[in-house]
Design a protein around this ligand. Structure first.
Ligand code: TYD
Ligand code: MG
Length: 455
């Protein structure tokens, strides 16, 4: 087979070089040259359509795909209700987090009804067998292939409906120079798999290891190619893992699933209301629960703050699970609008359970938690809060207020501090929970910490 010739293109300025160089001769930046194939790229999207003539919207057939259940309810939820047939799903995560484990379980389940091919490019067949025994997978027609060359995988895959590639960094196209796992290989392999999924009607799961700097084999080269991107997150020493949808062409991209790694595989944690909150909150100053929305669900998350006097030099600001810039902004708002002193204090903020609070609606809880820490007064265990905080100190309305209040009621909270602009929507719940509408952070602090002394 003729070698596909390749070129090296600078990702910053587009300079083309016939060989790899550490420094781009065009813009002078280091490490920006990436191998690309010279062959014209086929357009992936048009493969599924036999003709490339334009079609009027009204003439396009409505095809209803029945989603396939993976056998793990939390995973189905994160995918938006199961896997869409003929789609390609990427599962990313640190090495050792459980990607192979969860997809082996899924393969075992789907093999009961469909022809499944598990391509293990990293582990030998006996290793896969060992894992299957540990996971008590009995599906006899689950086929395992130990192969790295994509050309061969494509040929074998023709006879199967559901294909798992473990992992994309371990497979390669022999027609392309560059070692397995290089950006050029990964990109080309992923587009070939995408073509396979769309043109030959296969459902493909791809495993991708996150590299040291947090990207998937280089600058997010895979994410735009595949249909769905899920990331496995969690501390290696912690058995709790979060599966987060980052991109989903067929569902919500904010969904989070909670899993636990046990000695017999990955189990879903369906009642996660206690996962991100501690039982003894309210005893110490600095903690408050917010109602965070991810996808279709509301997740109660405890925000904890600790402050300690700066001994020398610059005060430290260290957030975990809360954006650094957001936290610095909130500290400035609290200093100027609520007159709370942080200039000589080290500040640590933590969202419990390893979850990341990306929504602005968690601002108010961060404010209250910091205020409680600096006033050294605990907030009632049964109080919860949500709302976005602006630079002027105003508390701004957030979306899904009703859902959040309903969740607070369900979990037995007695008091919820909310933005005033959201009050109209939720006042019907006033007989079930004390709703405190606030317009400014100073007012929220007074309501959340009624017993605090003004220092
Ligand atoms: P694995 O799925 O191989 O990780 P990845 O494919 O993401 O690199 O998971 C490896 C870890 O999971 C390893 O430390 C062993 C542990 N493990 C369990 O705790 N229980 C199990 O049932 C299995 C199969 C693995
Ligand atoms: Mg693995």
């Amino acid at each position: 087979m003729a070698k596909i010739s390749s070129k090296f293109v600078c990702q910053e300025c587009g300079t083309v070089s016939p060989q790899w160089l550490g420094k781009c001769p065009g813009c002078g930046k280091f490490g920006t040259l990436v191998e690309e194939t010279d062959a014209p790229e086929e357009v992936v999207g048009s493969i599924a359509v036999p003709t490339s003539k334009p079609t009027a919207l009204k003439d396009i057939e409505n095809v209803k795909y029945a989603r396939i259940s993976t056998g793990i309810k939390e995973l189905d939820t994160v995918l938006g209700g199961g896997v869409v047939p003929y789609s390609i799903v990427l599962i990313g995560g640190d090495p050792g987090i459980g990607k192979s484990t969860i997809l082996t379980q899924v393969s075992g389940e789907i093999a009961k009804t469909q022809r499944v091919l598990y391509v293990s490019a990293e582990e030998s067949l006996s290793h896969v067998k060992l894992r299957c025994e540990r996971l008590s997978i009995t599906a006899e027609n689950l086929m395992v292939l130990n192969e790295c060359r994509l050309e061969h995988i494509e040929k074998v895959a023709e006879d199967y409906d559901f294909i798992v590639i473990d992992s994309i960094q371990a497979i390669y196209l022999s027609s392309l120079s560059g070692s397995a796992g290089s950006v050029g290989q990964v990109k080309e392999c992923a587009s070939r798999l995408m073509r396979l999924a769309k043109s030959k009607h296969k459902t493909v799961f791809v495993i991708g290891h996150v590299t040291k700097d947090g990207g998937l084999a280089g600058p997010k080269v895979l994410e735009h190619i595949v249909d769905t991107v899920l990331y496995f997150e969690g501390e290696p020493q912690d058995s709790l893992k979060l599966l987060r949808a980052v991109k989903n062409r067929f569902g919500s991209a904010q969904e989070v699933g909670v899993f636990e790694m046990t000695d017999v595989g990955i189990k879903e944690v369906s009642d996660f209301s206690g996962v991100f909150m501690s039982e003894n909150r309210g005893a110490q100053a600095g903690s408050v629960v917010t109602q965070s929305v991810s996808g279709n669900r509301v997740v109660p998350v405890e925000v904890q703050s600790l402050i300690s006097k700066t001994v020398f030099g610059m005060p430290r600001r260290m957030p975990i699970g809360v954006d650094y810039n957001r936290m610095v902004l909130i500290l400035a708002v609290l200093e100027r609008r609520a007159y709370l002193p942080f200039f000589n204090q080290d500040v640590y903020v933590n969202a419990m359970g390893g979850i990341k609070l990306t929504e602005p609606s968690s601002d108010l809880a961060v404010c209250l938690s910091l205020a409680s820490a600096v006033k050294n007064t605990p907030i009632e265990k049964t109080t919860t809060a949500f709302g976005e905080v602006g630079l002027t100190g105003e508390v701004r309305a957030v979306s899904f207020a009703e859902k959040r209040v309903q969740n607070a009621i369900k979990l037995g909270f007695k008091k919820v501090i909310i933005p005033k602009r959201n009050y109209e929507n939720v006042k019907k719940y006033a007989d079930k929970i004390t709703i405190v509408p606030v317009s400014f952070v100073s007012q929220a602090i007074k309501e959340g910490l009624p017993n605090a002394t003004n220092e």
